[in-house]
Every structure is written in C-alpha cells, then in structure tokens.
Design a protein around this ligand. Sequence first.
Ligand SMILES: [Cu+2]
Length: 197
Amino acid sequence: MTPKLLNKRVQPWVLAVAAGLAAAVCTAPARADHDHAAGESHAPAAKATTAKAKEAKPAAFVDVQGAWVRATVPGQSGTGGFMSLRSPSAALQLVGFSTPVAGTAELHEMAMDGSVMRMRPVDGLHLPAGQTVELKPGGHHLMLMALKRPLTAGSSVPLVLRFKTPDGKLLEQKVAVPVRAAAPTGTSAPPAHDHAH
Ligand SMILES: [Cu+2]
C-alpha cells in the first residue's frame, strides 16, 4: 500500500476523531454497550444493530492484543500499560497515547544503567508492517502518571493510542484496556518491580 492510498483511506476518520475526541474521552468506557443482558426476545434487532455498528465503526489501524493496565495500590500515582501491537499492512510508529485517568502519559522503555534497571521516556516505537511488537513489564510500556483516581482490578481504562505514518500523518485509535493486578496468565512477564517512580 502506498502512503498516498493510506492517506486517502484514513483521513476522514482522523478528522472525525479530532472533532469527537474531547467528548469521547470523557464518557464511560466504550465497552459498556457490550454489557447488555442476554434477552433472546430482541436477538434479531441486536443482530441488525451489530451489523450497523460494524459498518459505522472506524477501522482499527493496529491489532491490539492482550492489553492491560496494572492496578494501583493506595498512594500510588503512576502505573504501566502493556499490550501487543501489530500493524497489518503499513509501517507505523506509536508516538504517544492519552487517557482521562492520567495527568501525564508517556511512552517508556526499560534499560540497564550500569547495574540498575531504569526507565526513560522515548519519542516513539516502530511497528514494522505485519510484525507484532510487545509492550511488556521490563520492556517498552505505556506510562500513566499523575493518576487522577486509583485504578482497581476489574475496571477498565479508556486509552487513545496515537500512531504516525511514514509521511507524518497522525492516526488515533481508541482502546478500552482492562485493569489487572498482574500480567494475564500465559505471558512471560517478570514480576512487577519496575514502576517505582
Ligand atoms: Cu515507566
């Protein structure tokens, strides 16, 4: 896919997001509409609604898998967010994110500084086309700082991920990320020692 085609495809949505963003990030988590109780009487209607919603829903630029944000303990003002990202057909760069629950949101990496593991902000994270890039404890991660409320396991945090195309266009993608006390089972994450700011 050429950058030109990509621009043509995504631009209307990017504009729509820019216009709707301020309102969208202040509302309840996007998952709420999937929580309706199972009532078989309106099954056909639900099906139609789903089809319609699928049509209207903006395309996701990046596949997001296994996303989670680490729950906080009382007094904790910062925490990390983790996920696997895969841009199916175009090289993109993750350049930032925002969330209404944090006053400051940065991309971080962990690196050895002498014999001490430290984290530091990075400008971006490359997502080569078709490759899965992992944000995980001990590696790259989303850093949520100046938290405005405690993050309780079982709740959900709305995030807007920002990506940049090779020719500098900015794309935004919303994700509702579950809050967990620990990494989902099946991931090989080291224990949580990495977010003591
Ligand atoms: Cu960090």
